[in-house]
Design a binder for this molecule. Sequence first.
Ligand SMILES: [Zn+2]
Length: 468
Amino acid sequence: MPDEYRSSNDKSLLSGRDAASRFVIGPARGRLANAVRSLFLLLIVLPALHAEEKISVLGSKPRWNVLDHYQQTITHDKFAHLINDVYCTHGLAPDLIEIKDRAARILINREAQKFFTLQFASNSADRKPVPRLWHSAKSLPQAPREKPLSGIKIALDPGHLGGNWAKMEERWFQVGESKPVQEGDLTLRVARLLAPRLRELGAKVSFVRNSDEPTTEKRPDDFQVLARQILIKNGVPQPRADVLDPNDPAKEQTIRWQSEILFYRYNEIRRRAARVNFKLHPDLVLCLHFNAEAWGDPNSPNLTDNNHLHLLVNGSYLADELEFDDERFEMIRRLLSRVYDEELPLADTIALTMARATGLPPYEYPTTNSTTKVGTSGYVYARNLLATRLYRCPVVYCEPYVMNSKEVCVRIQAGDYDGTRNINGVERKSIFREYADSVAEGLVDYYSKARGESRSPNAMSQSAFSAN
Ligand SMILES: [Zn+2]
């Protein structure tokens, strides 16, 4: 499930935690939340920062001068296309980004009426090179046939924490006496199967997380003061310290609950971003998740017949999100680094190999309020998640399998195994290997083609992907 940090009206993806997270950071459900919703954007600004700056929760002050490195690296038409069709598909206030013939005027600070001017390249031939640390597939030399991923640095980001943190992060449920399902453990298992496969294919693989402990050194108690401030500013004048009953709908209004979410979502993902951006410097991050539909009581979860697949790339910012100075800056930096040109075809290619291996239909979001379908596969959406925005390289965010679907429950309980087993009358690999193998196969397809060597999927399955 996505690490929600933004508002949306989609309900089908949400567990209680997702819905509740909106109390901190976006329009929440519930009477109190609705009452304070209109105040939220005005009030969430952190006190340590300048009053006139609008910075999102635990966000960093934008460094607009960095964008000077991107002067004349993009044409008017390309910039307008990316703004209109990928990043700002829900509209935006007219003063935020004004696209003129030769330049774009981007708001730095509304109160101070400060703007950044981005000069366009006059045409594609005159474009200056885009400064970036990651390598596009096309910039890499042809690879040996058996090592199609040679020279590519791939960071694996297994979503969530799992282990002892799974209940806190509400990525935990248990059906009867069966083994509890913890998304953070499942994603780590997939990452550990995927890493050696990618290395065999020539890639340099690193882990953004490779244990069931947080990347951040902070803990929920470190965020109690901030949690209290956020609650008071959101209209809870005397927030309770602790959650009394896990099923209490008012638990979101406790300091405990808010400090936990600040820890495991906001701070943890920002720490992972620092690791990606300043230490790992990958050419691609693969965010590995399992999806779910609302399961209700985690001790007696609702099971569903629905099962589906989708992948996410960054984009589709909401008008409210673009009001935050840091989010707007991060979006423009991401746009100018031209990650979309790499991550979209990558996501489309991986989507097709995953769809073929899993047989899953594309997930259809129930509304278009927070996502925008992009690409050609039918499986890929643009969405503004914290990880897809902050990692400064192409990011493909995988959301296969509904964990609380009846079939996936059976496959998770079956665990990992060699070869195939009969699942509901069909011979299937373990769900973990099916996931890992199909992602690897998509990477091979994409990089082989982009680097100038064609390989047929059949040749692949006989060499690197023997099913058994
Ligand atoms: Zn997830």
